[in-house]
Structures are given as structure tokens and as C-alpha cells.
Design a protein around this ligand. Structure first.
Ligand code: PMP
Length: 287
């Protein structure tokens, strides 16, 4: 499959899209990204992702090379050109490619940001069989930097976490700091106890998930109780249910944590219901 991708104002076949070796995204992970899911050929929660992107850029003092309206148009054009019905759009903006490697930020007037977007075609994303059986997670120390609220491309440790999970015969890892779960390697983490949904409160310790915001809103609208506070692995192991959320997994039940079975070892009613509501409402609101 050869995709048409977007690079700095041009739509190109993927093999022709080239970025400089001096790009700060490549040399220093000096870049931010977003992943927006696609259902029925439409973008899920585009506004949420665009707003978080602007916030990430602002926190890093990085210029956006496009307006948010232009960004929407680029997303839509890529979906059209690549015939994506279900999948994702990946977007990355870096501080661009200065003339040489230097720790000091380049002057944005001389060094424009680099912007790249590409699609990922994933038929069956919503009908993921993993959602019917649930996933298994391990816990590992959270060794990431302390501005996890900024969605940067520094993904080495999350990537190592996924490898540790794989080596342990599991699907993902939950990160633990000061005895409490922060989040998953690429998702937000939740438990359910006595019908209450518990998830860590927002701070610089975690990424402010766009799916998290939507799921908590739907949960409250459905009269479910939500408590935003940190929890431990021990509390999670004794919970009735556990689950994760992210743009690419939506709501995904967790049935095992560090070898302990959660609830009946199958996806619980709260996670299952939230996944249904999320998919239904997201399809309705997608643009
Ligand atoms: N936390 C982390 C560390 C993530 O990488 C992600 C997904 N990018 C999330 C949470 C979930 O965010 P979202 O719902 O916006 O995909």
C-alpha cells in the first residue's frame, strides 16, 4: 500500500516525503503529535485534538505552521485521497530543521516548523476482538519526564513499557509513580468499584486524554458516579472492573493486572456499556 501523506504544504506519495537529518524532531524529539481516530470516514473529536495540539505547541513555545481550519481540511483531504473509512490520522509538528545541531531553539522566523500527517487504515478498529476478551497489563515504574500533559514525541519509555508487557505475555503496562498509577503507556487508566468509576485527576502527571474527557462526560450523563483521584495497583487488583481509554482503543476493558484477575476475568458491564456509548456518540458527532 502506498499512502499519500502531507508534508509542509504538499500531498506526496509516502516514499517521496523526506525530512532533513537536522530536523529537531529527529535529533531531539522536539516535536508534538496528535492521533485522531476515523469512524465511517469521519474524524472523531477533531476539535478536542486540535485544542490539545495548540496547547502542546504553546507550552513548548512552538509555532503552528497551519491554522486549525487548515488542519481540518488537510485531515479530510488525506482521508479522501487514501479512502480511509476506519483508522487514524497521525499528525506531528516539530521545531523544524535548522542549519546545524544546537540545543538552543532556532529562530522561528528562520526555521519554520515541520508538519507531517499520514493516515493509518485500520478496518475493524471499532469491532476490535480485544474489547470482547479484555487485555492484560503489568505495572512498571513511571520513568518519564514530568510534563506528561504535553503530547511530545518522546515515546521511548512508553515504547519500552510495551516491550516489557510483551515479554511478560501481556498487552500493555500501567505506569506507577509514588505508589499510584499515573496512566497506561499510551492511554488513561480507570478502575470501577461499587459502580464508581475512578481515574487519576488531571495534572502535569498525565496526558489529558481527549477520549478520557468524552468518556467521563458520557458516564456522568448516564448518571454513573465518577471520582477523579489516584489509585494504587493493589486497589486496582481488588476492583470490580478496570479499563483504559485512548483515541485508538476507545474504551478497552482490562481483565488482568500483574497476574491478578480483575472481577470475573471478562469485560465488566461498566466498561462494556461505556464502550458502546462512546462509539455510538462518537459516530454521531464525528465530522
Ligand atoms: N496517555 C498517554 C500517555 C497517551 O499517549 C495517550 C494517547 N496518545 C492517552 C493517555 C490517551 O489520550 P487520547 O484519549 O487523547 O488518545
Amino acid at each position: 500500500m502506498s499512502r499519500i501523506v502531507y508534508l509542509n504544504g504538499e500531498y506526496l506519495p509516502e516514499a517521496e516525503a523526506k525530512v532533513s537529518i537536522f530536523d529537531r524532531g529527529f535529533l531531539m524529539a522536539d516535536g508534538v503529535y496528535e492521533v485522531t481516530s476515523v469512524l465511517d470516514g469521519k474524524l472523531v473529536d477533531f476539535d478536542g485534538h486540535a485544542k490539545r495540539l495548540q496547547r502542546s505547541l504553546g507550552e513548548l513555545d512552538m509555532a503552528s505552521p497551519v491554522t486549525m481550519d487548515e488542519l481540518l481540511e488537510i485531515h479530510r483531504e488525506l482521508l479522501r485521497r487514501n479512502d480511509v473509512v476506519e483508522g487514524m490520522v497521525y499528525l506531528q509538528i516539530t521545531r523544524g530543521a535548522p542549519a546545524d545541531r544546537d540545543f538552543v531553539f532556532p529562530n522561528p522566523e528562520e526555521t519554520p516548523s515541520t508538519i507531517v500527517l499520514f493516515t493509518q487504515n485500520k478496518p475493524g478498529l471499532a469491532d476490535n476482538p480485544a474489547a470482547k476478551r479484555g487485555i492484560k497489563v503489568i505495572s512498571i515504574d513511571d520513568l518519564r519526564w514530568h510534563r506528561r500533559d504535553i503530547k511530545t514525541v518522546q515515546l521511548l519509555y512508553p515504547s519500552m513499557g510495551k516491550m516489557m508487557a510483551k515479554a511478560a505475555g501481556c498487552d500493555d503496562a500501567w505506569l506507577v509513580e509514588d505508589g499510584h498509577v499515573t496512566e497506561g503507556t499510551s492511554n488513561n487508566a480507570y478502575i470501577v468499584k461499587g459502580g464508581r468509576i475512578i481515574t487519576r485527576d488531571l495534572s502535569t502527571d498525565i496526558l489529558h486524554g481527549i477520549t478520557r474527557a468524552a468518556v467521563l462526560r458520557f458516564a456522568r450523563e448516564a448518571q454513573m458516579e465518577v471520582e477523579e483521584r489516584p489509585f494504587t495497583i493493589e486497589e486496582a487488583q481488588q476492583a470490580d472492573e478496570a479499563f483504559i481509554t485512548s483515541a485508538s482503543t476507545f474504551v478497552m476493558p482490562v481483565v488482568e493486572i500483574d497476574g491478578a484477575t480483575i472481577g470475573a476475568g471478562t469485560p465488566g458491564p461498566v466498561a462494556t456499556r461505556l464502550r458502546e456509548i462512546y462509539l455510538e456518540e462518537s459516530r454521531k458527532a464525528a465530522i
